[in-house]
Write a protein that binds this ligand. Structure first.
Ligand code: FAD
Ligand code: NAD
Length: 462
């Protein structure tokens, strides 16, 4: 007979959404059980954010080492990819073990195995020692997402997803990337820096179609300067008779691309199959599980968070929703406000977006003013060799009360500015708050203060 365990809270999934929900629930005194079928840390820690950023960092180090001539540095770097992967895997192991330690400290019972729900509050987990039946008063679904395959290019052999791309033991000489979104560009650029010949095929007529063209222009320029071939407005009908990737270009010609690996990054979809979701009486919102602004599903005391419930599919959104749900279960009054969920694209140069772009604000009926400051006028950007890539910071504010509605930037090494952008939005800042903050000199952050001054008509350094 199966073991049974009843808890106040049952969390499905030990990714950044699920484990944070469990930690916060335990912190609030709720008896909590978490089920994970793979490794603690989920997509983000094991095969997403962390390993990709490690690889991107290593690729940046490699590329910079060989390109120091302009500032008087000469070197010929040599890549030991096995060592790079071992370093990356070491970080992943440390973080996954760290999550296990945090859960243990919180006295959260972790059940290892794949869960299948038979009704909204009951699941069975196939563990190494046999089946365990779990029931709970509250269920938090954090099953995450998976890579979308192309019908014409199934994953396998030389057709890979981001997971395999992050574990390649040999650098492909020729890499074809299908999809110029977050993953395609982040990894495509990293492999180019490491020396691969990279071709990117994108269905839309521009790269990173989620972002406005002004923000993506510097990235486009980097791709051109670094001889990354781009096919925009193109389709991939499949392989030709010789196994090459067939690409139907925007002009309607079909060309054949020889590639050692084909990385398919055309999006991710919520993991809604294979664990009994259909038995739980939930409603769907397109492909995602439908929730309200407290992450409640229509089934009483069943909550859903993270990639399972929709865009943006970002780690920090999943964690924020997880912590919020735990607090609501514990009796706190909370609602999820996505306005301050910033996003970073770790391309070259990096892009940061928070809140609304000028177009999005106008489309929402706002009358806006904007202020933009170029990194070419920033002393700190110059000392970081980051002034000449066309980067800038832009602030968008409501004309009537100067409330900041959005902040965006593109530039080398600007990812860490995301926190200040999100903070300004979360605090409901007006332009004077940003302009009046004494930014440390010399930092890239000074450029945000300058952008706010520009929006106020008082720009000093431009
Ligand atoms: P997941 O992290 O996917 O976790 C879900 C967990 O549930 C998994 O561990 C899975 O094994 C488990 N599970 C599912 N079903 C069951 C079941 N039936 N039984 C037991 N266990 C189950 N986001 C960022 O914010 N910044 C980045 O830089 C970034 N980079 C990324 C790079 C890549 C290559 C990828 C693929 C993603 C990246 N993301 C990034 C997105 C980020 O990883 C996700 O938004 C985040 O992991 C979502 O968290 P989650 O908890 O909702 O789901
Ligand atoms: P994406 O949605 O960012 O990009 C997919 C791209 O593929 C789009 O540009 C789309 O137009 C294109 N495309 C779709 N079908 C195509 C086809 N048949 N042929 C050619 N191009 C096609 O998706 P992704 O890059 O796979 O990333 C998935 C999610 O993971 C992102 O939405 C994001 O939420 C998350 N992520 C975040 C980060 C980060 O925060 N830095 C990094 C990586 C991934």
């Amino acid at each position: 007979m199966a073991d049974t365990r009843h808890s106040r809270v049952l969390v499905l999934g030990g990714g950044v959404g699920g484990y944070v929900a469990a930690l916060r629930a335990a912190q609030l005194g709720l008896d909590t059980v978490l089920v994970e079928g793979s490794r603690l840390g989920g997509t983000c820690l094991i095969r997403g954010c962390i390993p990709s950023k490690a690889l991107i960092h290593a690729a940046g180090r490699f590329e910079e080492a060989g390109h120091g001539a302009a500032i008087g540095i000469g070197a010929s770097p040599v890549l030991d990819l096995a060592k790079t992967l071992a370093w990356k895997d070491g970080i992943v192991d440390r973080l996954s073990n760290g999550v296990a330690g945090l859960l243990a400290r919180g006295k959260i019972e972790v059940i290892e195995g794949w869960a299948t729900f038979s009704d909204a509050k009951t699941c069975t987990v196939e563990t190494k020692t046999g089946p365990v039946t779990l029931t709970a008063e509250h269920v938090i679904l954090a099953a995450g997402s998976e890579s979308v395959p192309l019908p014409t290019l199934k994953f396998g052999d030389d057709v890979i997803s981001s997971t395999e791309a992050l574990n390649m033991t040999a650098l492909p000489k020729r890499l074809a990337v299908v999809g110029a979104g977050y993953i395609g560009l982040e990894l495509g650029i990293a492999f180019r820096k490491l020396g691969a010949e990279v071709t990117i095929v994108e269905a839309a007529d521009r790269i990173l179609p989620r972002y406005d063209t002004a923000l993506t222009r510097p990235v486009r320029r980097w791709l051109e300067r670094n001889r990354v071939t781009l096919h925009l407005g193109a389709k991939v009908p499949g392989r030709d008779g010789e196994g090459r990737l067939a690409v139907e270009t925007a002009k309607g010609e079909t060309i054949a691309l020889a590639a050692d690996k084909i990385l398919v990054t055309v999006g991710r979809r919520p993991r809604t199959e294979g664990w009994g979701l259909e038995a739980m009486g939930l409603e769907m919102d397109g492909a995602f599980v439908k929730i309200d602004d407290q992450c409640r599903t229509p089934t009483k005391n069943v909550w859903a968070i993270g990639d399972l419930v929709g865009e943006p599919m970002l780690a920090h959104k999943a964690s924020a929703q997880g912590a919020m749900v735990a607090e609501i279960i514990a009796g706190h009054r909370r609602r999820f406000d996505p306005a301050s969920v910033a996003a970073i694209c770790f391309t070259e140069p990096e892009i940061v977006v928070a809140g609304q772009s000028p177009e999005e604000a106008k489309a929402a009926g706002e009358d806006v003013i904007t202020g933009q400051f170029p990194f070419s006028a920033s002393g700190r950007a110059m000392t970081l060799e980051a002034g000449e890539d066309g980067g800038f910071v832009r602030v968008v504010a409501r004309k009537a009360d100067q409330r900041v509605l959005g902040i965006q930037a593109v530039g080398r090494g600007i990812a860490e500015l995301a926190g200040e952008f999100a903070h300004a939005l979360a605090m409901g800042a007006v332009l004077e708050d940003i302009a009046g903050t004494i930014h440390v000199h010399p930092t890239l952050g000074e450029s945000l203060g300058e952008a706010a001054l520009v929006a106020l008509g008082r720009g000093l350094h431009i």
